[in-house]
Design a protein around this ligand. Structure first.
Ligand code: HEM
Length: 209
């Protein structure tokens, strides 16, 4: 049983998905950067090793994505991802004001978390964009690059493979930026480690962000 100040936010399937996803994406970022800036004179990681690890981690993240997608579809976790457009800009502005100013003045969070609200508006929008646009986009372009014969040859005389690679690398860049912000925001709370403990044991401490 949880104490009164804790809410069971992260069921086992979600924590397993999140752990595998975090590890997989970290491997993808490290190996992806190694391939992007590969230099035979200064090899941080053997190029072929980077390619193989990138392919393996990519397949791992892809299969694991099905756990996230169907897990959300089949359980009540999906309710936290429902976005009301009415008043969204105002809610996002309030949250940004809090993160950039109110937080440092010890003001109260504008959208305190509860049984009904697992995400503040900024979390909700960023998780929606990352999990339903960026990650699927990375998976589709990644699979296409793994099977390049499926890619259209030319788009207005520009190579289809080149365009797919640019899109893939750009999405990878956006997810990397998300991860940096995600780690910073997750460290905001009663104690910097509280939220990291939550995603491992399932229980969120009330009074965080
Ligand atoms: C070292 C890597 C990571 C760490 C330490 C980490 C940490 C956390 C923590 C502490 C939470 C719960 C608190 C919160 O919502 O802020 C969380 C939730 C979440 N993280 Fe991460 N994360 C990592 C990587 C990622 C990556 C790579 C993605 C997506 C590409 C991701 C997507 C999510 C999502 C969607 C949730 C909310 C899940 C839900 O409750 O439905 N995380 N993460």
């Amino acid at each position: 049983m949880a104490s009164e100040s804790k809410i069971y936010f992260y069921p086992v399937w979600l924590r397993i998905w999140h752990g595998i996803n975090a590890l997989g994406i970290l491997i993808l970022i490290i190996t992806g950067i190694n391939m992007q800036y590969s230099n035979p004179q200064l090899e941080l990681m053997n190029f072929n090793l980077a390619v193989n690890l990138h392919n393996i981690a990519g397949i791992m993240v892809t299969v694991n994505y099905l756990v996230f997608f169907f897990g959300n579809m089949l359980t009540s976790n999906k309710k936290f991802y429902r976005l009301k457009l009415k008043g969204l800009i105002k809610r996002l502005t309030l949250q940004v004001m809090y993160y950039t100013s109110g937080l440092f003045k010890n003001e109260k969070a504008p959208f305190p978390l509860s049984e009904k609200r697992k995400f503040n508006p900024m979390q909700k929008v960023s998780y929606l964009v990352v999990m339903y646009l960026f990650v699927p986009g990375l998976i589709i372009t990644g699979l296409a690059l793994l099977f390049p014969e499926t890619i259209i040859e030319n788009v207005y005389s520009i190579s289809g493979i080149f365009l797919t690679a640019i899109l893939h690398a750009s999405l990878g860049f956006f997810v990397s930026i998300f991860l940096i912000v995600h780690l910073y925001v997750a460290s905001i709370g009663k104690h910097p480690l509280n939220n990291f403990k939550s995603i491992i044991n399932g229980y969120h401490d009330i009074g965080g962000h």
